[in-house]
Design a protein around this ligand. Structure first.
Ligand code: ADP
Ligand code: MG
Length: 213
């Protein structure tokens, strides 16, 4: 099994739907340790993405992902716009000339996204950011790949690991981004960006195996 440009379009559409549904939840998380705009940022960004990709039905995977990147950079303010924007631009580069994505391509794609976020935000694992959901997800993807799991199993493992990583941000002290201004008071709250990263991976997993959603 592999993912085509149609699957990627479906993922992006589903992501937009999920960000819209979870707008209030992400806002509530960001209200606790930030400025209460992460839900609005992700919702606005992904609504713009669906508008763009609806107009390009024949675009290849790389073009779709790069379009997400440029759209997020131009429509989402705050930290998450440039971070996710860079991530999707890197994903687009990782998918260059590929008509389909196999498991290994998918793990490489998420690795490129993570590297983009790290380069842009100068953060590492353990600082209470989206990196703390993406890092374990990629490790789980690599593990699943080494066990020859099929694509849908691989994505389910990545989703579970991202969710666990997201939950592990609760006791962390934020040392990057707006939440770091709170110092010790950032402890005890789940990171909004780690939550949206989990939602994005889950949206892809649910696109591939809707019965498990
Ligand atoms: P802002 O913080 O500017 O209001 P958002 O609320 O949209 O932007 O996004 C906040 C999220 O961005 C945080 O929850 C965190 O996961 C992520 N983030 C912030 N700074 C960084 C960074 N330097 N590296 C990685 N992720 C970061
Ligand atoms: Mg915010």
């Amino acid at each position: 099994m592999s993912l085509t440009n149609t699957d990627i379009s479906h993922w992006l559409e589903r992501s937009a739907q999920v960000m819209h549904e979870q707008n209030a939840y992400l806002t509530q998380l960001d209200a606790a340790i930030g400025d209460a705009d992460h839900g609005a940022n992700m919702d606005r960004g992904f609504q713009a993405v669906t508008g763009k990709i609806a107009a390009m039905p024949d675009a290849d995977i790389s073009t779709l992902l790069k379009t997400v990147g440029t759209t997020l950079v131009s429509t989402v303010g705050g930290a998450s716009g440039p971070l996710y924007g860079t991530a999707f631009l890197r994903a687009g580069m990782a998918a260059a000339n590929k008509q389909e994505l196999e498991s290994a391509d998918l793990v490489a794609l998420f690795t490129a996204m993570l590297e983009g976020i790290k380069a842009r935000g100068k953060a590492q694992a353990g600082e209470k950011t989206m990196i703390d959901a993406l890092t374990p997800a990629i490790e789980a993807g690599q593990q699943a790949q080494s066990e020859n799991a099929d694509l849908s199993q691989l994505l389910q493992s990545m989703t579970s690991a991202a969710e666990e990583g997201m939950k592990k941000t609760v006791p962390m002290l934020a040392t990057k981004g707006r939440a770091s201004y709170l110092g010790e008071r950032s402890i005890g709250h789940q990171d909004p960006g780690a939550t949206s990263s989990w939602l994005l991976i889950k949206a892809l997993s649910d696109t591939v195996s809707p019965t498990h959603s």
